[in-house]
Design a protein. Structure first.
Length: 330
C-alpha cells in the first residue's frame, strides 16, 4: 500500500472562493488549490468554478486522478445531503435547486457527496482530529458566524430533512439583538467574530466618553478609529495584555458557557470541539468555559466533558469534504 492509495478530493465552496485538496486515508492534505467562485453568475458558471479547482488539483499530480475514489464537497446551505442538491444558499445565488453532486459525479465518474461545512468539519474531527477516539461529538466552528455539527458513532446527525444541528441559531436571550436568521438572541449574533468586535467598540466608546485612561492598545492597529476595530484586533490586544480586550473576550466566554451548558444538558456529548477563526483567540479561556458549565448545567458531571481545539483550522472545509467520502475503520 502506498501513500497514493485511498486518496479522496475535498472541496470547500464559499461565496468568493473554491478550495480543493487531495487528502489521504490519514486525513493529511497532500496538495491543494484555490480558485475564485462565481457566486453571482449563472449555475453553469458556478459549476465551472468548482471543476476548475478540481482540475487544477489533478494538474499538479496527473497520477492522482485515476486513484481518486470519491469527491466530498462542503457547500453553503440550505442543501439536501441525501440527494446532493443545493437548495437556496444566500451566499451563492447562482444555485437554486442545483444538483451539484450529480453534476460533478457525471464528469469525474466517482461517488460525490455534498454537506454543509460545519457537519463535514465535525466528521473530519471525528475521523482524524480532536474527536478521534470519542463516540459522540459536538463541534462548533466560530468565525464570522457560528456553525455546528453533531456526529454520533462517526455518522453525521442530519435530522429528518437534513436541516438539523443549527446550534448557532439557538437563542439564549429572547430580548437580545435580532440575528440574521430572524430570531432574537442567537448565540451567533452574540458571540461570533462580528459580535466580539461590536462589544469591543462599545466598551471603547464608553471608555472614551468617560475620559478613562490608559488608552487601549486596540486603537493602535485601528489608527485611532473605534469603528475600525475588528475581532482580530481584539485577539491581538488581549495577547498584549490589554484589559478592555480581556473584558470583551471574558463577556464572550460567559455567553458561550451558557450556550454550551444547554448543549451539554441536551446532548451530553463525549467531547466538545471548538474550531473556526475565533478558536485560537478563545483557547486561553477554555478552562473558564469549563468552569462556567458547572455554574449553568443541570448535569453534575458536565465538567468531565473535554473541551478541545479542533485540529483543522482554515483547511476544515477540505478535510471535511474528504471525510464525507472516507470509509474509516479507525
Amino acid at each position: 500500500m502506498t501513500e497514493m492509495d485511498g486518496l479522496v478530493v475535498g472541496v470547500d465552496i464559499g461565496g468568493t472562493k473554491v478550495a480543493a485538496g487531495l487528502v489521504d486515508r490519514n486525513g493529511e492534505i497532500k496538495a491543494q488549490t484555490r480558485t475564485p467562485m462565481v457566486a453571482n453568475g449563472d449555475a453553469g458558471a458556478g459549476l465551472r468554478a468548482v471543476l476548475s479547482a478540481i482540475d487544477l488539483l489533478f494538474a499538479q499530480d496527473a497520477k492522482a486522478r485515476p486513484l481518486i475514489r470519491g469527491i466530498g464537497i462542503c457547500a453553503p446551505g440550505p442543501l439536501d445531503p441525501a440527494t446532493g442538491v443545493v437548495i437556496n444558499p444566500p451566499n451563492l445565488p447562482c444555485w437554486r435547486s442545483f444538483p451539484l453532486a450529480a453534476e460533478v459525479a457525471g464528469i469525474y465518474r466517482v461517488p460525490v457527496k455534498v454537506e454543509n461545512d460545519a457537519n463535514a468539519a465535525a466528521l473530519a474531527e471525528a475521523y482524524w482530529g480532536a474527536g478521534r477516539g470519542y463516540r459522540h461529538i459536538f463541534y462548533a466552528g466560530i468565525g464570522t458566524g457560528i456553525g455546528t455539527g453533531i456526529v454520533f458513532a462517526k455518522r453525521i446527525y442530519n435530522g429528518r430533512t437534513g436541516a438539523a444541528a443549527e446550534g448557532g441559531h439557538m437563542s439564549i436571550d429572547y430580548r437580545g439583538p435580532r440575528c440574521g436568521c430572524g430570531k432574537p438572541g442567537c448565540i451567533e449574533v452574540l458571540a461570533a467574530g462580528p459580535a466580539i468586535a461590536r462589544r469591543a467598540r462599545a466598551l471603547l466608546t464608553s471608555k472614551q466618553a468617560s475620559k478613562q485612561s490608559p488608552r487601549s492598545s486596540m486603537l493602535d492597529p485601528a489608527n485611532g478609529n473605534i469603528d475600525a476595530v475588528t475581532s482580530e484586533i481584539v485577539g491581538q490586544a488581549y495577547l498584549a495584555g490589554d484589559l478592555l480586550a480581556k473584558q470583551t473576550l471574558q463577556e464572550t466566554v460567559d455567553l458561550l458557557s451558557l450556550w454550551l451548558s444547554n448543549i451539554a444538558d441536551l446532548l451530553e456529548p463525549d467531547v466538545i470541539i471548538i474550531g473556526g477563526g475565533v478558536a485560537a483567540m478563545l483557547s486561553p479561556f477554555f478552562d473558564d468555559i469549563r468552569k462556567g458549565l458547572a455554574g449553568y448545567c443541570i448535569n453534575s458531571r458536565c465538567q468531565e466533558i473535554p473541551l478541545l481545539k479542533a485540529r483543522y483550522g482554515a483547511d476544515s472545509g477540505i478535510a471535511g469534504g474528504a471525510a464525507l467520502c472516507s470509509e474509516c475503520s479507525n
